[in-house]
Write a protein that binds this ligand. Structure first.
Ligand SMILES: Nc1nc2c([nH]c(=O)n2[C@H]2C[C@H](O)[C@@H](COP(=O)(O)OP(=O)(O)OP(=O)(O)O)O2)c(=O)[nH]1
Length: 333
């Protein structure tokens, strides 16, 4: 799993599968009243053999695909090693659709954002790799740090209850239940990021482009004429959006102006997009596919035209923004 750096105060939190060699440090860190009192199944004092048994069980669960427990580690030290500072894991239910989240961070590493980073790493990994859709978590009512971690990670509180905690015999501890779905995390990740400093920003240029595909599956490329920026490179027909114009309307207009063909907006289908930083502007270019038009494409602006088999696109030098689109087209067509 990747490391994460929080810009305001650099914190690197990584996760790696827990292993037998972690037992001694696991015991050293967890055998702390301030940790055990917050974990339903942790006795206090925490016996050393239990640490070994817990890790053995975690490794068996991983092998069987039931649960995935990770050591949370800190930034590498000067000797390159990464010290374990806690644990985080997901336990799947029988359907594989839901998982229960559990985690703890050693007291020496509190207050540095490790809990939230570990939870986010784990959720992103779990939703990508395990096929689960929903993660639940239960937290003691008096565990303020963990409540904050879950809320800041995007969990929603779903209810309250009471549970037994081994370290607090004789009482039923008040708890809060939380849940988060795959969509919640995707939405969180897609939320707007704070704007970059003004001196880093470039104007955004919106250009609509189209891969016209003929009956034999060939794609029309146009060569940018001399005198234009990127002259000599092959591109998809299209152009800049006029103010107030939709990308589809811009395409219909450009295909008429550049090639003399009539295309209906209903006949252009969104396919992919290019996002590329050129000097002086950032290009955002949706690429559409079109298989139906009226008329025969002709060069109306002096540009060379070529019908190209998708497997041969690489032989036509294209603007850097277009390069990521080539394998997509080749694989799709
Ligand atoms: N149409 C099109 N433009 C592309 C592609 N790839 C790519 O980087 N571009 C860039 C080149 C230009 O900077 C911009 C398209 O602008 P444009 O063709 O409407 O205008 P232009 O810069 O040629 O200048 P002008 O015709 O407005 O005078 O997008 C592509 O595949 N198709």
């Amino acid at each position: 799993m990747s490391s994460t750096t929080i810009s305001a105060k650099p914190v690197t939190t990584t996760l790696r599968p827990i292993e037998a060699g972690d037992a001694a440090r696991f015991h050293l860190l967890i055998n702390d009243w301030e940790i055990c009192r917050l974990l339903p199944e942790a006795p206090f004092p925490y016996p050393a053999p239990l640490a070994r048994d817990w890790i053995d069980a975690a490794m068996a669960d991983r092998a069987a695909g039931r649960a995935y427990q990770f050591a949370i580690t800190d930034a590498p030290g000067t000797d390159g090693t990464q010290a374990m500072i806690g644990c985080a894991g997901l336990r799947l239910d029988k359907s594989g659709e839901n998982a229960a989240l559990g985690y703890w961070v050693a007291r020496r590493a509190w207050g540095r954002g490790h809990g939230r980073q570990a939870v986010l790493h784990l959720l992103r990994w779990g939703f990508a790799e395990l096929g689960m859709h929903r993660v639940i978590a239960t937290v003691a009512d008096d565990n303020a740090a963990s409540l904050a971690v879950l809320r800041r990670a995007g969990f929603t509180e779903t209810g309250t209850g009471h549970e037994k905690f081994i370290s607090r015999p004789g009482i039923r501890q008040a708890v809060r239940h939380f849940a988060i779905t795959r969509e919640d995390i995707a939405f969180r990740d897609a939320a707007p990021k704070p704007a970059a400093p003004a001196n880093d920003t470039k104007p955004l240029l919106l250009v609509a482009a189209c891969a016209l595909i003929d009956k034999s599956g060939k794609i029309l490329l146009a060569r940018r004429p001399a005198g234009k920026k990127l002259a000599g490179l092959w591109e998809f027909p299209g152009g800049k959006l006029a103010p107030g114009e939709t990308p589809e309307a811009a395409l219909v207009r450009e295909l008429d102006e550049e090639l003399g063909i009539t295309v209906r907006t209903a006949d252009v289908a969104p396919f992919a997009f290019a996002s590329h930083g050129y000097e002086g502007f950032h290009l955002m270019m949706p690429l559409y596919l079109c298989r139906r038009w009226q008329g025969t494409p002709q060069s109306r602006e002096g540009q060379a035209l070529a019908w190209v088999d998708p497997t041969q696109l690489e032989e036509y030098p294209m603007p850097p923004a277009d390069r990521p689109l080539i394998p997509l087209l080749r694989d799709f067509l």
